[in-house]
Design a protein around this ligand. Structure first.
Ligand code: BJ8
Length: 428
């Protein structure tokens, strides 16, 4: 493995603190991932990407910057990457998924803030993540109160552009989001010095749609009765999708899909037949948050779909590729993005419909509604979500967790009992 210390030093990182992270991450990855049997060979690519997580991709981003290119860091699936790529810049997801970064965030944020926000702020302020150092500009959004205030704190340290996301889905809101994307486009043009043309935007729309198509294809194999790949592996791929080079990611994911297709033909499964099928719904699982998948898949069940931003919300629905003027393309982008159903919207009936549809498509036996501690939006929406799931006759378990391992044993007990119950007559 090349030595990236010089690069990290040049980025102004706190090397001593970062060393601690470098020590624990490979161990956690080994325990969670490399202990699995019969993984598809094409997972080697994603293993490599994770093993070099703070090396290979950051080095590519720096190369891009040396050639005069800009890097934008994003935190939400409503922010349209297409605009960034259309201006010859690179977008990279920045959401923090490790407890390692939480104390850094707690230095400036109330403890009662969700761990995703605390970890994201901590990763920047503690200087322990190269992606957070590299990004020339952060793009925030007005999704939840915690994030809104966090942008103000981050803006003291790095340029931040905040997109004003409407919280309803009336036609005027969709028009407002198209307008907000237009403002973003102007900002990106000004910051990069590059003009976005209808042609470059059309190319970027295709680029990101191709990534969505690859992910949709990947997920389709989880609808099979025999599961050719674990939920844990799919989660890892979904997380990598946020920061890998989109062209390479799409091609490697399609390569993996070819292998999975063969596995399905040959009836190769990574789980014993009859394994209970679980859907996760709720708040996102940012890298390296693998806790729940690991507990579920070592408790006799398989995760077959995630109605999450690290899941179906990221790739379902394509942007219309037939539009030829910038204004039409902005409308097409707004339409696609406003089709995502995050709990920050009211009403948000679309999410319940999605959950029930996915439950059928992926033949799930039970649903776990996951809430990141202190996420008031998803916690409150959980009432209606869980009621609808119960009414549909699907067993549901609501859990709240954070990034620590303190509740791991308790979760294991609850999830184990839930999985066991799925096998009893009670839910038959
Ligand atoms: S579209 S889920 S990525 S906002 S978990 S920070 S909501 S307090 S991450 Fe999210 Fe966009 Fe919605 Fe998806 Fe706030 Fe809740 Fe924390 Fe959240």
């Amino acid at each position: 493995m090349p030595d990236y210390r010089e690069m990290w030093k040049d980025l102004g990182m706190n090397l001593e603190l970062h060393d601690q992270l470098c020590e624990v991450l490979p161990v956690a990855f080994g325990d969670v991932y490399l202990t699995q049997d019969n993984r598809p060979e094409s997972m080697d690519y994603y293993n490599f990407v994770v093993s070099e997580i703070h090396g290979v991709r950051p080095a590519e981003l720096i190369e891009h910057q040396k050639k005069g290119g800009k890097v934008f860091g994003t935190f939400c699936v409503y922010v349209p990457d297409e605009i960034v790529f259309a201006a010859d810049a690179i977008a990279t997801g920045l959401c923090g998924g490790s407890q390692f970064w939480v104390p850094g965030g707690e230095k400036v944020l109330p403890t009662s803030t969700c761990p995703l926000i605390k970890a994201s702020v901590g990763a920047r302020l503690d200087k322990t993540c190269p992606f957070f150092r590299i990004a020339d500009m952060y793009v925030g959004e007005t999704t939840c109160d915690g994030k809104k205030k966090a942008w103000e704190i981050l803006a003291e340290d790095v340029p931040v552009h905040v997109m004003d996301l409407p919280q309803m889905k009336r036609p005027k809101d969709i028009a407002a989001w198209a307008d907000e994307i237009k403002t973003f486009l102007g900002k990106v043009e000004e910051f990069t010095g590059n003009k976005v043309t209808s042609e470059s935007l059309a190319n970027a729309i295709r680029l990101i749609n191709d990534k969505r198509r690859a992910l949709a294809r990947l997920y389709s194999y989880r609808k099979n009765e025999t599961l050719p790949i674990s939920g844990k592996d799919i989660l890892l791929i979904s997380q990598i999708a946020f920061y890998d080079d989109p062209t390479r990611f799409t091609s490697m994911t399609n390569k993996l899909c070819d292998e999975l297709e063969e596995r399905v033909k040959n009836n190769v499964s990574v789980f014993p037949s009859g394994t209970k099928r679980i859907m996760l719904t709720g708040t996102p699982l940012a890298i390296p948050n693998w806790k729940l998948h690991h507990i579920i898949e070592t408790s006799g069940a398989a995760v077959v779909v995630e109605e999450m931003c690290t899941g179906t919300r990221y790739f379902e629905n394509l942007v219309d590729e037939t539009k030829t003027t910038i204004d039409e393309q902005l409308d097409a982008l707004s339409n696609r993005y406003m089709g995502i159903n995050c709990a920050c919207f009211t009403p948000n009936e679309g999410r319940i419909k999605d959950i029930l549809r996915l439950a059928e498509e992926y033949q799930v036996d039970g649903i776990i509604d996951v809430n990141l501690k202190f996420c008031n939006l998803y916690d409150t929406e959980g009432y209606k979500v869980e009621r609808a799931i119960k009414e549909a006759g699907i067993p549901v378990l609501g859990i709240e967790t954070d990034y620590t391992d303190q509740d791991a044993e308790q979760l294991r007990t609850r999830i184990g009992a839930f999985v066991e119950m799925l096998g009893t007559k009670q839910f038959a």
